[in-house]
Write a protein that binds this ligand. Structure first.
Ligand code: ARG
Length: 672
C-alpha cells in the first residue's frame, strides 16, 4: 500500500490521455511541505507547460480533467502558477490504516517481480579479531538481507570469509617462531591475535628499514624542489611589484600554484617517511622486540612462503590451518550471535582454492588473460593497469578468488543480482572485477558494490586504539552494553521497589539497548560517508538513535498496560470491521499518513541499498506520534469510539516501529 504510488499511476494515465509520456513528470508529485497545500502536490505543470507552449494553469486543468481521482482524492485544487494540490479523502486514509491493522505485513505488499540476490557481507579476515569497521559491512548487509526478503525477494547471504590470505602466513610464522604455549592453551584466539600482531610488526619493521633511506631521499628531493620554487616565487613577486602587468601577474600566480603543489608532495613524502620511522622506533625502543627481530631480515619473504606452502598443500601448514580455523570461527560466531546475524552459506576464500589454477588456465586459453611482465593479467577497457590474476611467482590474488567466486555463484545460485557490501577503499577492485565479469558468461546479472565509509574517532581520523590498532569490535560491544546498563540502573533508581528490574531483565535490556545503539548509529548514516563514533550520541534518549526509538516503542506499549487493554483483541475488532479508525484531528491524520508510508520507504531502501532511509522514516514516525500523543488524549478520549481508534493508532505505531527496528537487526524492549 502506497498512496503516492497510486497517485502516480492515476496521473500516468491522465498524462497519457493528453498525449504526454508521463515518466519524467511523475517524480514531480511529492508529499506537500505544508498541509495548507494538501497532502501531496504535483508540480509538473510548469515544465510541461513550457514544453507544450501552453499556460501551466491550463495544462494543470487539462490533466485534472482527465484524472480519475474521485474514489480516493478530494477535488484537486489548482494553485498559483499551476501547482496541483491533492488531498486524500479521510475515509480512504482511514480505510488504509484499518486494513494495515489487520495485516501481519503492516500493509507492505510483496514485490511483483521477486529477484534473487546473493548478498556478500561481513566477510572478515578471520586470522585477526574483528574490528570496528566490521560492524559496517555486517550490519548494512544484515539489514539489506532482511528488507529484501521481507519484500518477497530471495536472498542468499554468503559470508565470503578471508580465511586463506597472507594473514594465515603471518600466524603460521608466528606460531612456529614466537608461540607462548601456555597462553595458547589458555586462550588460543588471543594468542593467535598476538602472534599476528607481532609478526606483522616485525614484517613492517624490516620493510620500513629497507625503505626508509629512500623515503628520506624523497623528502630531501621534495624539500629542495619546494625551496627552489619558493625562491622563484619571491623573484617573480619582486618583478610583479615593479611591472604590475598581466604577464607578470600570471607568471607569479602560476609559480605560486606550483609551489603549493610541491608543498603537498613534500608533506606526503614526509608523512610516509615519518610513518616508516615510527615503525622502526617502535621496535628499536623495546629491547624485547629488538631481540625478537634479530636475525629475521627475511621475515617478509618467509611469511609469504608460509602462505604459499599452505596454498600448495604443504601438509604441516594445512594441519596448522585446520587447527586454527575452528578457533577463529568460534570467535567470529560469538560476535554474530550477539549481533543476531545469520548467513545462509559461509564459503570463504579457501573454498575456491582448487578452482583458481584451472580458471587462470582457461582464461589464458580463451585469450581473456595474458602474460604481462611474468605475471598474468586481464586487460580491461578504460583501465591502464591490467587486473592481475597470477603473480610472477605463481601466487593467485584476491581478484582471482573473486572471479572464481563469481562463476561459482552464477552456476550455483543463478542470481539476478550480486551485492558486495564492502569498504569504499576496495572500489577500484570492484570496478575491475565488474569489468572483467563482462568476459565471463554472467548474463544480465546486476553486480553492485554497496560501498561504505570509515568509522572515525574524535580526532576525525580512523578510529584507533592508543597502540594504533583498529578498535576491536568485541570491546565496542562490551562497552556499549556497560554504558547501557549504567543508564538503566540510573532509571531504575527512580522506580518504586515493586517495579524495579530483575537482574535478568536488566542484563537482557542492557544488551538490546547497548548493541541496538551501536547498530542504529551505524545504519542511520548515509553509508557512503564517514562518521564519528560516539557512545554518548548513540545512547542519547533524544534524537535519531535506537535508544529514542526503543523508548518510543516502550512508551506506546505502556499505554496498553496502563489502560488495561489487550492490543490483540483490539486488533481483531478493527480487522473484523466492528470498530472504525477515525481521523478528525490533524495530528491523527499526519500520523496515519506516516503509518501508510512503510512500503514506499522499504522500496526506496531496496532500490538504493541504503538502510538510512528506514531510520529516517522511523524517526519521523516517532515524532509524528509524539505530536499526536500530545494533542490527542488516548485513554481519556471524549468517547469510546475515539478512544478505540486512537488506541489502534498507538498499536499500529508500536508494531511499525518494532518491524522497522527488526528489519534493521535491532530488538525492542518493553521498558527501559
Ligand atoms: N575479506 C575481505 C576484507 O576483509 C572482504 C571480502 C569482500 N567480499 C569479496 N567478495 N571480495 O577486506
Amino acid at each position: 500500500m502506497n498512496i503516492l504510488k497510486t497517485i502516480a499511476a492515476r496521473f500516468a494515465k491522465a498524462l497519457e490521455a493528453i498525449g504526454v509520456e508521463p515518466t519524467p513528470y511523475l517524480e514531480l508529485i511529492r508529499p506537500s511541505q505544508d498541509p495548507k497545500f494538501g497532502d501531496f502536490q504535483a508540480n509538473f505543470a510548469m515544465p510541461l507547460g513550457k514544453r507544450l507552449g501552453k499556460a501551466p494553469r491550463d495544462v494543470a486543468a487539462d490533466v485534472v480533467a482527465h484524472l480519475d481521482y474521485a474514489d480516493f482524492l478530494e477535488q484537486p485544487e489548482i494553485a498559483g502558477p499551476g501547482f496541483i494540490n491533492l488531498r486524500v479523502k479521510p475515509e480512504y486514509l482511514a480505510d488504509l490504516v484499518q486494513k494495515e491493522i489487520g495485516d501481519e505485513r503492516l500493509g507492505v505488499d510483496m514485490v511483483e517481480k521477486p529477484r534473487k540476490f546473493v548478498l556478500d557481507y561481513s566477510a572478515p579476515n578471520v586470522a585477526k579479531p574483528l574490528h570496528v569497521g566490521h560492524i559496517r559491512s555486517t550490519m548494512i548487509g544484515n539489514s539489506l538481507a532482511r528488507i529484501l526478503r521481507f519484500l518477497g525477494n530471495e536472498v542468499v547471504a554468503d559470508n565470503h570469509l578471508g580465511d586463506w590470505g597472507t594473514q594465515f602466513g603471518m600466524i603460521i610464522y608466528g606460531y612456529r617462531n614466537f608461540l607462548d604455549a601456555n597462553a595458547y592453551e589458555e586462550s588460543p584466539v588471543d594468542e593467535l591475535a598476538r602472534l599476528y600482531r607481532l609478526t606483522r610488526q616485525l614484517v613492517d619493521y624490516y620493510a620500513a628499514k629497507k625503505g626508509v633511506d629512500e623515503l628520506e631521499g624523497q623528502v630531501q628531493a621534495a624539500q629542495l624542489a619546494f625551496d627552489a620554487q619558493k625562491t622563484r616565487c619571491g623573484e617573480l613577486k619582486a618583478k610583479d611589484d615593479v611591472e604590475k602587468t598581466k604577464d607578470s601577474k600570471d607568471a607569479l600566480k602560476k609559480a605560486n600554484k606550483e609551489r603549493d603543489r610541491l608543498l603537498k608532495t613534500l608533506e606526503a613524502a614526509n608523512e610516509k617517511f615519518q610513518a616508516a620511522k615510527s615503525k622502526i622506533d617502535a621496535v628499536e625502543s623495546d629491547p624485547k622486540l629488538v631481540e625478537l627481530a634479530a636475525g629475521r631480515e627475511t621475515i617478509g619473504i618467509d611469511v609469504l612462503n608460509e602462505t604459499s606452502k599452505l596454498h600448495h598443500g604443504d601438509e604441516e601448514n594445512r594441519a596448522l590451518w585446520s587447527q586454527f580455523m575452528p578457533k577463529c570461527l568460534a570467535e567470529v560466531d560469538k560476535i554474530y550471535k550477539r549481533l543476531d546475524v545469520q548467513f545462509d552459506v559461509t564459503l570463504g576464500e579457501s573454498f575456491y582454492n582448487d578452482r583458481l589454477s584451472p580458471l587462470v588456465e582457461r582464461l589464458k586459453d580463451e585469450g581473456i588473460a595474458r602474460e604481462t611482465e611474468g605475471a598474468v593479467g586481464i586487460f580491461l577497457e578504460g583501465q591502464d593497469v591490467p587486473m592481475l590474476i597470477q603473480k610472477s611467482d605463481g601466487a593467485y590474488l584476491y581478484a582471482t578468488t573473486d572471479l572464481a567466486t563469481l562463476e561459482y555463484r552464477r552456476d550455483t545460485f543463478r542470481p539476478d543480482a550480486i551485492l558486495y557490501v564492502v569498504d569504499f577503499r576496495q572500489s577500484h577492485h570492484f570496478e575491475q572485477l565488474f569489468e572483467a565479469a563482462k568476459f565471463l558468461d554472467m548474463g544480465d546479472v546486476e553486480l553492485t558494490h554497496v560501498k561504505f565509509g570509515a568509522v572515525l574517532g574524535d580526532d576525525g581520523r580512523p578510529f584507533k586504539t592508543r597502540a594504533g590498532d583498529a578498535v576491536g569490535l568485541k570491546s565496542l560491544l562490551d562497552e556499549a552494553e556497560v554504558r547501557a546498563l549504567a543508564i538503566l540502573e540510573s532509571n531504575d533508581a527512580n522506580r518504586a521497589p515493586e517495579d524495579k528490574f530483575s537482574e535478568e531483565e536488566k542484563r537482557e535490556t542492557a544488551k538490546r539497548v547497548g548493541i541496538g545503539a551501536l547498530v542504529y548509529a551505524d545504519l542511520s548514516q548515509n553509508r557512503e560517508s564517514d562518521y564519528v563514533f560516539s557512545y554518548d550520541k548513540m545512547l542519547a534518549m533524544n534524537g535519531n538513535t535506537a535508544t529514542y526509538m526503543q523508548y518510543a516503542y516502550a512508551r506506546v506499549r505502556s499505554i496498553f498496560t496502563k489502560g488495561n487493554v489487550d492490543p490483540e483483541a483490539l486488533r481483531r475488532e478493527f480487522a473484523a470491521g466492528d470498530r472504525k479508525i477515525l481521523l478528525n484531528e490533524p495530528e491523527e491524520r499526519a500520523l496515519a499518513f506516516e503509518l501508510t508510508n512503510l512500503q514506499g520507504v522499504l522500496e526506496t531502501v531496496a532500490r538504493d541499498y541504503r538502510p538510512n532511509w528506514l531510520t529516517s522514516y522511523l524517526y519521523v514516525l516517532a515524532n509524528k506520534y509524539s505530536s499526536f500523543f500530545e494533542k490527542c488524549p488516548v485513554l481519556k478520549a471524549e468517547d469510546e469510539s475515539i478512544k478505540a481508534s486512537r488506541l489502534a493508532l498507538c498499536d499500529l505505531t508500536s508494531r511499525t516501529i518494532a518491524k522497522g527496528l527488526n528489519l534493521l537487526g535491532i530488538q525492542t524492549v518493553e521498558r527501559m
